[in-house]
Write a protein that binds this ligand. Sequence first.
Ligand code: FAD
Length: 225
Amino acid sequence: MTIPSPRTALLVYAHPEPTSFAAALRERAEHELTRAGWTVEVSDLYADGFNPVAGPGDFTAPSDPRRLHVQREQSHAASRGTLAPDLLREVERLERADLLVFLTPLWWFGLPAILKGWVDRVFVFGRVYGNGLTFETGPLRGKQAMLALTTGGPESSYSEGGAHGELDVLLHSVHHGMFRFTGMDALDPFVAWGAGWADDATRTAYLDAFGKRLAALASTDSEAA
Ligand code: FAD
């Protein structure tokens, strides 16, 4: 009998308030995945003081100290092991993970700046994508990725004909431009609609549904391993 190796999840949590509903989703994710035997790592971007701004400090030995070309320096640093330590820690967490989950509110129809900046810096050209390695040949192929999202607006406003347009369209840059582009399998998002104004029963139902979704994912994935 083959014993499946433990699976690892990376939860990237982007909310400045530790008692937020997004934090409750993160706790539920940690609980369910740990219970299923997974190793769970958490990047708590605000609490960790993660720097989301790409810049010369990302590289300890730049190839051209006179002029910054971000992708060229990412590639140079990836091949020589000269990524800044905070960046390398996140890249290694990402590479260890079988499942990546972004736990975040929807801000301005997209990701909060700190999480977008995590992608800008951690999706390193020459290591996470690039040099012809994207989509089916992307270095992150075999991994799954998922958005766990809270919104202010109700589901009806993100439906066809709704005031904000379809959520799938808004999330294309994440699902296609980040997850699939680097080779990952983009799972359907989990959305807690109107989390800020929902009543307690609705919020409890969201937490339970999210827990069940992750438990099912963890058991399916373990069987496949
Ligand atoms: P919170 O306000 O932190 O929490 C909601 C409630 O849940 C609180 O009462 C909290 O006490 C409670 N709670 C916490 N833990 C639990 C628990 N375990 N069980 C039950 N209840 C619990 N919305 C949009 O739809 N589209 C946008 O484009 C958009 N842009 C925004 C831009 C900015 C800059 C900001 C600040 C907000 C924006 N919003 C937008 C609104 C935002 O998406 C919502 O306010 C947010 O998603 C709500 O989730 P939260 O985690 O912040 O909720």
